[in-house]
Design a protein around this ligand. Structure first.
Ligand SMILES: [Zn+2]
Length: 332
């Protein structure tokens, strides 16, 4: 719960011209401003912003509203997320009220897990770009698959060195608590109490949730070890910040374009998502390795009612497509 006094401060601070200008180039037109609508494929400037009234509106598609409505639509956030987004922009501290000690502890634990995941995503990316093995093994793999550097950067792809504790030692040296390395699944605890890096020797695909936070990782085994290995990918286990069955890979990078195109492509795996982006198709997600389920459908429903399934042409893919179609129809 955000206290009403804080909500009032945020709404007072949020200047509609300022907020919209982060996304749209505005030109003054009399008492208002005009620009190309960010919500539809606009050829003429249909988007009008009224500083006097504190609102914006597209005269073609009708979308707009006050700064909070604009951010909700633009960032595909709910009301509270949009308020927090604006609070951050204007340097307003949001003190949530009436939390018990237990709730606060839980919140701190989640924040600590997000923090270590965020650090790890950067570490894996830096390792792949700067470490000799990272370049020779990880980067070479993505390049051999034909992925461009801009796609590697956009999806924060990386590499975990093939050593039991290369990542975890670095994390601990940076002050991250071993507990959160285990809770996030970045490390596995042995029976004797020591830990090792779960993803050692793997190409890394961070899972970024709809709110932009790194919630998990997928790791693909590389080199000769792929021969005879039936499971090429290892995923983070479910945790208090990650429920595989509720997430969709690529949702963060796709959400704006899904809303804009009012359509989403659903593909099978990580590299399908990357390949589509590389071709300029950005409204795409993968339900990587899980059967499509209701929670994932509800997540997509926030952005669009239209979905196109592109699964592999093998028996498993055809089966998944017919099953998923029935579920999508059932969820309208
Ligand atoms: Zn519009």
């Amino acid at each position: 719960m955000i206290p009403q006094s804080t909500i009032d401060r945020i709404i007072d601070a949020a200047n509609i011209v300022d907020v919209v200008s982060d996304y749209v180039t505005l030109r003054r037109a009399g008492a208002s401003y005009k620009g190309l609508c960010p919500f539809h494929d606009d050829k003429t400037p249909s988007f009008s912003v009224s500083p006097a009234r504190g609102v914006c509106k597209c005269f073609s598609c009708g979308k707009g509203g006050n700064p909070v409505h604009f951010i909700m639509e633009m960032e595909q956030m709910n009301y509270v997320e949009a308020l927090k987004h604006l609070a951050k922009k204007y340097g307003i501290t949001v003190e949530e009220e009436q939390m018990t000690d237990e709730q606060r502890q839980h919140l701190n634990e989640r924040e600590s897990m997000f923090a270590v995941n965020e650090w790890a995503a950067n570490y894996f990316s830096q390792t792949m770009q700067n470490h000799q093995d990272g370049r020779a093994i990880g980067l070479a793999y993505f390049r051999s698959r034909g992925f461009r550097d801009d796609i590697i950067t956009k999806f924060r792809l990386g590499f975990c060195l093939d050593a039991p504790n290369a990542m975890s030692d670095e994390a601990k040296a940076k002050g991250y608590n071993e507990k959160y390395l285990i809770d996030t699944g970045l490390c596995v605890k042995r029976d004797n109490g020591t830990i090792y890096d779960r993803f050692r020797g793997r190409a890394m695909f961070p899972w970024v949730a709809v709110n932009g936070k790194v919630v998990a990782f997928g790791g693909r085994v590389l080199d000769a070890r792929t021969k005879g290995v039936n499971q090429k990918y290892v995923n983070s286990p479910d945790s208090s910040i990650y429920h595989k069955a509720r997430e969709l890979y690529g949702i963060f990078q796709a959400k704006k374009m899904i809303a804009k195109e009012d359509m989403v492509y659903m593909v099978e795996g990580y590299t399908d998502v990357l390949a589509m982006h590389q071709c300029g198709i950005e409204n795409v997600v993968a339900n990587s390795g899980t059967a499509l389920n209701e929670a994932q459908i509800h997540l997509l429903h926030r952005f669009t009612n239209n979905i196109t399934l592109i699964y592999d042409g093998d028996e498993a893919g055809i089966h998944a497509a017919t099953r998923s179609t029935d579920m999508l129809l059932a969820e309208e």
